[in-house]
Design a protein around this ligand. Structure first.
Ligand code: GLV
Ligand code: MN
Ligand code: MN
Length: 430
């Protein structure tokens, strides 16, 4: 691990510089930028549909690059389109302290999931720049490609490839619901930013801190402003395909059918039974289904559906994950079944040095806070494999997320950006 020391009280000079930077976090600018980004891919009900590697994603990237260049921050991009914005440090050879999140959204997403971490990171960089604080390490903002996985599954793809957990080649043939290949969408995205310097995957980072809306109700319920995130629960994703035979809905006897949709429903019911949990800790979701030929009066010949399984305990998520394929095979009566695992992330626990640094910054800023784990997944999960990592949560109304109605308060967003700026400064001089 790269020389991040344990947290100690800020020395007086550093404390002054940090205070100066933190007071320059500009709530209005941060909010205005959220609203400007929300116009890109805006959908009714204040929502956002900004799919990864889409035309809207490209427009959002250009807007971010424009803001970065206006400050003379350098801009780079890697082979999967992860975008890097760097504020130089005194030691250009020192691995940077990194922050960031994602600009893609769910198909019916809100205005804060992901984009908050990118804009809070930019706000922190700008505040530090305005205060003229010099840091030993560079501080680098990253906008990860395809965190959501809503268009091209699985999620957290950019950070998985960046950290070497997965290979870019493994994702190039993934198709979206319209049959478009990730390979082609990525090529258009890379071509749209020809003047960004090209970066290698997996360059060393000293630490990574990601700001995000909580996407759950804990902070709001407890009346706290900042969530000091301790880790992320484990998850498993699968694509399950059921192969049947199309036939006439009015004439074909039931006994003679190979109805792919009926078998898909049987599999889903069996999985729901497997994951039934009185403590309501297991998360089981079937959120995507493609039916062929998708006609009222034809028996379905093919169904593809997704499975998203989550649990904080490593043994439980492993056991449930292992049970999916045999149960799916057993539950189909007339059709053949193919199960493809697309994601397997064990629960992660964040490095105490970063968790403590976030908490320390929160105390220095006299903000109320709560330590809590993350139910949602984030790019921080992969970064935690390669460098000390942590996250900062801010409240969102009623915990609503992956929904157009997602809401967060300007003052909470600014508070999170202040904690981020202070944490980055502490880590960048460590
Ligand atoms: C990220 O959006 C997740 O699915 O947790
Ligand atoms: Mn997110
Ligand atoms: Mn999300």
């Amino acid at each position: 691990m790269i020389g991040i020391r344990r947290v100690s009280p800020f020395p007086p000079k550093m404390r002054e510089a940090t205070q100066d930077a933190v007071t320059r976090v500009n709530q209005q600018r941060l909010w205005r930028r959220h609203m400007e980004m929300a116009r890109i891919g805006a959908i009714p009900g204040n929502g956002v549909n900004r799919a990864a590697l889409s035309g809207e994603d490209i427009i959002a990237r250009k807007l971010l690059i424009g803001w970065a260049r206006a400050r003379n921050f350098s801009v780079a991009i890697d082979g999967i389109g992860n975008l890097f914005v760097r504020r130089a440090g005194l030691d250009p050879q020192a691995p940077p302290v990194m922050t960031g999140s994602h600009m893609d959204s769910q198909p019916r997403g809100g205005r804060f999931d992901g984009i908050y971490g990118v804009l809070a990171g930019l706000e922190a960089l700008e505040a530090i720049e305005e205060a003229g604080v010099q840091t030993r390490r560079p501080i680098e903002l990253v906008a990860w490609t395809n965190e959501e996985g809503g268009r091209f599954p699985p999620c957290t793809m950019g950070s998985a490839v960046f950290t070497g957990a997965r290979r870019l080649e493994d994702f190039l043939e993934v198709r979206d619901n319209d049959g478009i290949l990730l390979r082609d969408a990525l090529a258009s995205t890379l071509a749209a930013t020809p003047d960004a310097q090209r970066r290698e995957f997996n360059f060393p980072a000293a630490a990574y801190v990601e700001a995000h809306i909580e996407q759950g109700p804990r902070l709001e319920m407890d009346g706290r402003t900042i969530g000091v995130v301790t880790g992320i629960q484990g998850l498993r994703w699968f694509n399950i395909e059921v192969f049947g035979e199309t036939a006439h809905a009015g004439t074909t006897p039931l006994a003679a059918r190979k109805d792919a949709l009926k078998d898909a429903v049987a599999i889903i019911n069996a999985l729901a039974e497997l994951t039934r949990d009185d403590s309501d800790t297991v998360r089981f979701t079937v959120g995507r289904m493609l039916v062929t030929p998708n006609s009222t009066n034809s028996v379905a010949s093919h169904v593809l559906f997704s499975v998203d399984l989550r649990h904080p305990d490593p043994e439980t998520i492993h056991r449930l994950g292992e049970a999916v394929e045999p149960l799916a095979q057993k539950s189909a009566s007339h059709c053949s079944v193919k199960v493809t695992p697309t994601l397997a992330d064990d629960p992660c626990v964040f490095d105490t040095r970063v968790v403590d640094a976030v908490e320390h910054a929160t105390e220095e800023l006299k903000l109320s806070s709560l330590r809590l784990p993350s139910g949602a997944s984030h790019d921080a999960m992969y970064m935690a494999r390669v460098c000390p990592t942590g996250m900062i949560f801010v409240p969102c109304e009623k915990g609503i997320s992956h929904n157009e109605a997602e809401k967060a308060k300007p003052e909470d967003l600014a508070a999170g950006a202040k904690v981020l700026a202070a944490t980055l400064l502490e880590l960048a001089n460590g």
